[in-house]
Write a protein that binds this ligand. Structure first.
Ligand SMILES: [Zn+2]
Length: 496
């Protein structure tokens, strides 16, 4: 049996969420089947001596713009960018045209995008004003989770009122879907925006001025309160302020459970970026002052931040050049640059490689319940892996990026650490910064919840599953997936 590997990745430093170990990986039928030293030869051999072997990154926050906005990006270009950047799983947001608010719409989108996917993917449905009755059907159709926009963003997606939010949260809890939230107070940011406009402000920083920390803090407090009452598993997308993080700590002390995401952009850029890049760095929530950036890094060090994502949000080059802040679009690309930029932070000593794996692979996969196959390189995991040269110095070159409009504030950003190759289920999908091969990405759906007698779906078996720790009686929140910090992380399945 041990001579029967399709592929052996030999001599690399394999990184899990808690250690980095020099070992070989044996791969058969797209899965990791052996790990150790001196594995017998495989039909294909890759010499990874001197390289770092990471699980493929899991980016739970991308906007690939299909259907309806393919002038900005499409599933092919966006997933090729992911492959080249070492991201082997993406979860795509539902604020497309039309928004994904019904099971029928979900199924249509799936049929449209699946043949174009170069990496594995999940699709979110929307938690909107009028679709609480659709949520069970969205889950049955294979939604990875739900996205709730409390604050205005790209697309025509009116923010639901608190009654609709609570109804949607209850339906999500019953269906076992994670609810990810864009937590900004819509009425407040709109009012402040009108006041700034009336005062004649048109500069890029006016965007920051109309979304002060209170816009986030209020929404975070409200959604944690509502989600806890509804019993829903809550994830806060792109938390951006020191005050917002303080509020999360306070709510956790009161017993509320949730996961918190920060963006690469909020970790690497501060408000001086408005002077250099203008409206290109308009982002919702905004790029913040350096004190907030420092607080997010502290939150990572303290274990208060659970994961990192990109909010890859492409627009056309013309749209990104808009000079009127009120007409400019929010967001910019990021899925292809995430790993080189974070490896650079590893080189600078702000993260360890196991931290990177925990924040970008392990915890995202566990939170959305795909960690039986994704987010680690233990026995039985999909052989989604990234070979990284940790010492290669370079810079971000927009000319090499795969997005339709490679406009990025990171152009020319010096990097240390480069993606040499990306494998999806044991097959090469990118090499030295170029996506290769035909699209072979598959749809991912969350594993059914273990236990939980308040689940509406009757076809779910109870009992121990994967790494979810015992959480019977706590409702649909999945064990330690929703607990803060590093404590209680399950032991990765990497064998010696
Ligand atoms: Zn987003």
């Amino acid at each position: 049996m041990t001579t029967d590997f399709d592929l052996v990745i030999r001599g690399g430093t394999v990184v899990s969420a808690d250690r980095a170990t020099r070992q070989d990986l044996g791969i058969r039928a797209g899965q990791v089947v052996a790990a150790g030293t001196g594995l017998s030869p495989g039909r294909r051999e890759v010499d990874a001596t001197g390289l770092v072997v990471l699980p493929g990154l899991v980016d739970v926050h991308v906007h690939l713009r299909e259907p309806g906005m393919t002038r900005k990006e499409d599933f092919r270009s966006g997933t090729r960018a992911a492959a080249a950047g070492g991201v082997t799983t993406v979860v795509d947001m539902p604020n497309t045209l039309p928004p994904v608010a019904t099971a029928a719409g979900f199924t249509e989108k799936l049929a449209l995008v699946a043949p174009k996917a170069h990496v594995d993917f999940g699709l979110y449905g929307m938690l909107g004003q009028d679709n609480a009755d659709e949520i069970a059907a969205l889950a049955a159709a294979g939604a990875m989770g739900l996205k709730l926009f409390m604050g205005q963003t790209t697309g025509d997606n009116p923010c639901p009122d608190d009654g609709a939010i609570h109804a949607g949260l209850r339906a999500a809890a019953a269906a076992g879907l994670v609810v990810g939230v864009h937590a900004e107070n819509d009425a407040l940011l709109r009012r402040l925006g009108r006041e700034l406009r009336a005062s004649g402000r048109t500069d890029p920083r006016a965007h920051l001025a109309c979304r002060p920390a209170v816009v986030e803090v209020e929404a975070v407090t409200r959604i944690i309160t509502l989600a806890s009452d509804a019993g829903a598993q809550l994830h806060i997308h792109h938390l951006s302020t020191a005050a917002g993080l303080d509020r999360v700590r306070l709510m956790r002390m009161l017993g509320h459970r949730l996961t918190v995401e920060v963006l690469v952009a909020h970790l690497l850029l501060d408000d001086s970026a408005y002077d250099r890049h203008g409206n290109l760095v308009k982002l919702n929530p905004p790029i913040r002052p350096a004190t907030d950036v420092a607080a997010l890094w502290q939150g990572i060090a303290a274990g208060d931040v659970d994961l990192i994502a990109t909010d890859h949000a492409p627009h056309t080059a013309d749209e990104q050049a808009e000079t009127d802040v009120w007409a400019a679009h929010g967001g910019f690309i990021g899925v292809e640059t995430m790993l080189p930029l974070l490896l650079t932070e590893v080189h600078r000593g702000r993260l360890s490689l196991p931290d990177l794996v925990r924040l970008c692979c392990h915890t995202p996969a566990r939170t959305w319940r795909i960690d039986d196959r994704k987010g680690h390189l233990g026995i039985g995991a999909d052989a989604d892996l990234v070979l990284v040269d940790p010492t290669a110095a370079g810079e971000v070159d927009p000319g090499h990026l795969h997005s339709r409009h490679p406009v990025t504030p990171y152009a020319g950003w010096p990097t240390v650490g480069a993606v040499r190759a990306t494998y999806l289920r044991g097959e090469l999908i990118a090499e030295d910064g170029r996506a290769v091969g035909d699209p072979t990405g598959r749809q991912l759906t969350p594993r059914p919840l273990p236990g939980g007698d308040d689940l509406a779906r009757s076809d779910q078996e109870t009992g121990p599953t994967g790494t979810a720790s015992g959480s019977a009686g706590t409702g649909p929140r999945t064990g330690d997936a929703a607990s803060p910090g590093r404590a209680g992380l399950p032991t990765p399945l990497v064998s010696a």
